[in-house]
Ligand binder design. Structure first.
Ligand code: UDX
Ligand code: UDX
Length: 445
């Protein structure tokens, strides 16, 4: 058993800390946000993540997992410290390392014995050395030894516990063989593939992985846009592509593109990491540009079906950047609602979980509802932006009764085309044939 302190109890730190306690370690999760710590001590998880509150309760009940905002004390009582504070995208697109620097300073000021410092946060190449310098500069006793390790996180929101407890691989980068092997031993109960490498390569593996996954998404979305023009069906194309093991069938789901706290942030950071070294990462810039445009194809589709959107009532189903999370960071829904507002459309919106966070992001632009069907009453169109189970399995007859016009724009290609046709919808999705049209409907009536 090891004594671990995790600095930063967000999506990454709280999940990692809880999973480390689940495999038998004594973990203190810290945060500067005292309200967050108070809530955690009362069993309140500050965000939605399936299975997390149960796992926290299980480990706090046997005192393997505790919470504090007294970070200095936690540092003194642990032999491994994980840094999992935010590395948000700065205004210029670069990773903002303010919080990493603050955490490293606090660690330096409070180290009293040999400790292994582990960067779990996604950090630009070279940050491990920066952390080492800051700790050295702030050490009270210059004789205290420590080592720094890079151990990037690969969990996905919405499946974070599963991804952590059954991680596909652990990447451990350090110039200290001893520290690297200690962190490797820490990972033994996960029974995962472990790769030991140098710090800079470990830091780059994280960015290169997220950059590649984002590229795959922008690529399939660009192919989807071409499919619409040439009459192919992107779902069939993706299926055929995925049969090649070199391509793989995952991450080929066309739609309105990626959001979340990682891909948008990490693709920009990667461009900056390259630019700082004099390399123009044109490919990544086009991945970003493709993704930013992709979400607004929903507007073009609505205009092609309804004409001028001013005064038209549009019901949005799904706000979170993906299902099973309440995270709205860089969610396509926010940009789409802002654009609809500019078109002076009347907007209603529904999300099974994420409405709490949505209020201050889209208030006075969209009327938020807490029932899926109420959201679309008298709407001229319904727009699906998140493929929550509740939305994918909605009752098409009931939906059609509520709508003023039987129009669906499906930004996640999550509805069945035959069901749409059988229920008389005018149905547009991404990269698939369109079903029906207002003109044809008017001609039939
Ligand atoms: C984020 C990014 O999503 C991820 O890519 C990166 O690797 C780490 O930062 P996440 O867990 O989503 O991970 O961050 P967030 O949910 O913002 O949580 C960060 C937590 O750190 C917050 O609770 C914040 O209060 C806390 N924090 C921040 C500190 O405890 N100390 C600080 O100095 C700054
Ligand atoms: C991602 C990485 O998957 C994870 O390894 C890393 O640690 C953090 O960033 P996350 O952002 O939580 O995880 O979710 P993910 O499931 O990867 O989806 C990211 C975005 O891409 C979502 O907006 C999703 O809707 C979109 N997406 C994903 C697609 O549009 N098509 C796909 O085929 C897959």
């Amino acid at each position: 058993m090891r004594f671990i302190t995790v600095i930063g109890s967000g999506y990454v730190g709280l999940v990692s800390g809880t999973c480390f306690s689940e495999i038998g370690n004594s973990v203190i999760c810290c945060d500067i946000d005292e309200e967050r710590i108070k809530g955690l001590r009362q069993g309140r998880v500050p965000f939605y993540e399936p299975g997390l509150s149960e796992l926290i309760k299980k480990n706090t009940s046997v005192n393997r997992l505790t919470f504090t905002s007294n970070i200095p004390d936690a540092i003194k009582s642990s032999d491994i410290i994980y840094i999992a504070v935010g590395t948000p995208m700065g205004a210029d697109g670069k990773a903002d390392l303010t919080y990493i620097e603050a955490a490293a300073k606090t660690i330096g000021e409070n180290l009293e014995k040999y400790t292994i410092i582990v960067n779990k946060s996604t950090v630009p190449v070279g940050t491990g050395e920066m952390v080492k310098e800051i700790i050295n500069k702030n050490l009270k006793d210059k004789n205290i030894n420590f080592d720094v390790v890079a151990n990037p996180e690969f969990l996905r929101e919405g499946s974070a516990i599963e991804d952590c407890m059954n991680m596909e691989r652990a990447i451990i980068g350090s110039d200290s063989q001893y520290a690297a092997h200690e962190i490797k031993k820490l990972h033994n109960p996960f029974n995962t593939n472990v790769m030991l490498t140098d710090t800079r390569s470990a830091e780059m593996i994280k960015y290169a992985s997220n950059g590649f996954l984002a590229t795959k998404i922008s690529y399939i979305n660009a192919i989807a846009n071409i499919c619409e023009k040439v009459g192919s069906d992107i779902n069939e194309v993706a299926k055929g592509m995925g049969m090649d093991s070199r391509i793989g069938s995952r991450f080929l789901q066309a739609g309105i593109g990626y959001g979340g706290s990682c891909f948008p942030k990490d693709t920009h950071a990667l461009v900056h990491i390259a630019e700082k070294e004099g390399y123009e990462f044109e490919l990544m810039k086009s991945v970003i540009k493709t993704n930013n445009k992709q979400r607004l194809t929903v507007i073009d589709k609505l205009v092609s079906i309804l004409g001028v959107l001013a005064g038209k009532k549009i019901g949005i189903l799904g706000l979170a950047f993906k299902p099973n999370t309440d995270d709205l960071r860089f969610a396509p829904s926010i940009d789409i609602i802002n654009e609809l507002h500019k078109h002076q459309a009347i907007i209603t919106a529904y999300d099974p979980i994420a409405t709490g966070h949505a209020v201050n992001l889209i208030q006075n632009k969209a009327e938020i509802h807490h029932d899926l069907y109420d959201t679309v009453i008298d709407c001229d169109a319904c727009v699906i932006l998140t493929e929550w189970d509740e939305i994918v399995t909605l009752d098409p007859k009931k939906l059609r009764e509520k709508l003023r016009l039987p129009v669906i724009v499906d930004g996640r290609n999550c509805m069945d085309m035959n069901t749409m046709k059988e229920n008389g919808f005018i149905y547009h999705s991404i990269g698939r044939p369109h079903i029906g049209s207002i003109r044809a409907k008017a001609a039939n009536n």
